[in-house]
Design a protein around this ligand. Structure first.
Ligand code: MCA
Ligand code: AMP
Length: 484
């Protein structure tokens, strides 16, 4: 007996729809035929990069790599030159999978390229045999995630973590093959890729991707066959305003089977605005790239605002205070760091055994997130250990990374980056610069510079010019003073 398949439906595919992007729909049978053919062509690779534009080819490439048992590295197509160069040298993919005619940046053009051809969909099942199921402990995905300093680290996720997490979420939400997910998230992070793509595909349901988020697109899909939405709080903030304005938007949101928010805190106020306008209570879940999703409000349980729910079945989770004491009491008061163990954990950071060791305590992964435990067992997130990690639009952004990029600009002599509250994005990136030049470079130029070197979502939205940065006697910038 081999291992149970990660994507069982591919072994007995039907003509049911698997993924849809705009007019382009791919059935499970077509997915099997195309992905099995592609899997044979990548099976010798050690690792493959996937140019993760929101297109059906990205899903097919991902499935092909999983079928072949070759670790896939999804690449944000908006990465700037610095970040992309780091990813390519760190992950060292043998080839890159793209849609036909994708235009690649220089760092990826140097790699052999394989175009995903949806034209092979019409091929026969005879020629599309499935290779044996890879070891559940083998790496499936390498997802890059920002830390507070230095370049992003590649989180290596095994197949068993993906399977365990999706199954636990399915149990928590009554998520089945009958569900159709409206999807508008990027396909290179856990939220959009593991939950949004592999979730429906493991369960045999469908996903409808909008290409990019819009209130109209979400309303159209939920007014049609879609039953669920996965979004970040910025999306729900925009949906709340739309539902208050437009009774039709309110009605379709109200009819959805489940609206789920994650990646950042959904404000109590936006939760309530949506509940008042639509009758629907958005469900929160909490997780991290390294641990996948570990807590969720249950579909059938109470849906209080401000809580991310109790741990998922099968996940071991503990709260540990500053003295190393494990907090047991559900008092909604004592604050501890969330530590996680169990089947949803990553294997480690790629090429960074030092960082992997630092992130663990006695076999438990230290998330850096601080929470209390409520009477009902649900967790309430109250903050993060690292204040240098900015959470903007559901993206985590390391302040150090932006500081390093800005220091490469000839108009900057000193810089500090902080986050400040933003009603739409949660937090926005703020740069405090000591600039040279008369006049100094404009704020828009600094934004362009960061967008080019890193990625557009990391650009500073506000730039303050200072004659000098406030520093302590050790020379360290006093960010608390700047934030004040
Ligand atoms: C603006 N743009 C620029 C510049 N200014 N480009 C270059 N240089 C500039 N100076 C462009 C952008 O590229 C973009 O183009 C457009 O302007 C607007 O971008 P932006 O302001 O960044 O965002 P937005 O369009 O308002 O998007 C909000 C969003 C987005 C849809 C909520 O932030 C988003 O998709 N967030 C999801 C993040 C996520 O998936 N996180 C999961 C990771 P254009 O208009 O062409 O797009 S966390 C995770 O996985 C864990 C496990 C978890 O718990 O989930
Ligand atoms: P990432 O580092 O990109 O994997 O994002 C994981 C981080 O997102 C966690 O460490 C949390 O700080 C944050 N996060 C995820 N879900 C939630 C949530 N429901 N509420 C608050 N923060 C969240």
């Amino acid at each position: 007996m081999g291992a149970p398949p990660l994507l069982p439906i591919l072994h007995e595919p039907t003509d049911a729809e698997a993924v849809r992007f705009g007019q382009c729909s791919v059935t499970y049978r077509e997915l099997r035929v195309t992905a099995a053919a592609l899997a044979r062509r990548v099976s010798d690779a050690r690792r493959v990069a996937i140019w993760a534009r929101p297109e059906p080819e990205t899903c097919v490439a991902m499935v092909a790599a999983l079928v072949a048992g070759v670790p896939a590295v999804p690449v944000n197509p908006r990465l700037g030159t610095l970040e992309l160069r780091h990813l390519v040298s760190d992950a060292a993919p043998d080839l890159v999978l793209t849609a036909p005619r994708a235009s690649l940046p220089a760092a990826l053009r140097a790699l052999p390229r394989l175009a995903v051809d949806l034209g092979t969909q019409g091929g026969s099942m005879q020629g599309a045999s499935m290779p044996p199921e890879p070891d559940p402990e083998s790496p499936a995905l390498i997802i890059y995630t920002s830390g507070t300093t230095g370049p992003p680290k590649g989180v290596v996720l095994p197949r068993r973590a993906l399977a365990a997490d999706i199954d636990a979420l399915a149990a928590a939400w009554g998520w089945t093959a009958q569900d159709v997910l409206v999807h508008a998230l990027p396909l290179f992070h856990v939220h959009g890729l593991v939950l949004g793509v592999l979730g429906p595909l493991r369960l045999g349901g469908a996903l409808h991707h909008l290409g990019s988020f819009s209130v109209d697109g979400v309303a159209r899909e939920l007014g049609g066959s879609a039953t669920m939405l996965f979004g970040v709080p910025t999306m729900y903030h925009r949906l709340a305003a739309a539902a208050e304005r437009d009774p039709q938007v309110a009605a379709v949101l109200g009819r959805a089977r489940l609206l789920v928010s994650g990646s950042a805190a959904l404000s109590v106020s936006d939760h309530r605005r949506i509940a008042v306008a639509t009758g629907q209570h958005v469900v929160q879940r909490y997780g991290m790239t390294e641990s996948l999703i570990t807590c969720a409000v249950r579909a059938e349980g109470p849906r209080e605002p401000g809580t991310v729910g109790p741990p998922l079945d099968g996940v071991a989770l503990r709260l540990v205070d500053d003295h190393g004491e494990i907090l047991e009491a559900p008092d909604d008061e004592a604050v501890g760091e969330i530590e996680v163990a169990g089947p949803t954990l990553f294997l480690g950071y790629l090429n960074r055994s030092d960082a992997t060791a630092e992130s663990m305590r006695e076999g438990w992964f230290r998330t850096g997130d601080l929470a209390t435990r409520g009477l009902d067992g649900g967790l309430r997130l109250v903050g993060r250990r690292a204040t240098d990690l900015i959470s903007s639009g559901g993206y985590k952004i390391g302040a150090g990374e932006i500081e390093n990029a800005l220091l490469e600009h000839p108009g900057v002599t000193e810089v500090a980056v902080t986050g400040e509250p933003d009603p739409d994005l949660g937090e926005r990136v703020v740069a405090w610069v000591v600039a040279v030049g008369d006049p100094p470079p404009a704020a828009a130029e600094f934004a362009e510079h960061v967008a080019r070197l890193l990625a557009p979502h990391k650009r500073p939205r506000v730039v303050h010019y200072l004659p000098a940065l406030p520093r302590n006697e050790m020379g360290k910038v006093r960010k608390s003073e700047l934030r004040r």
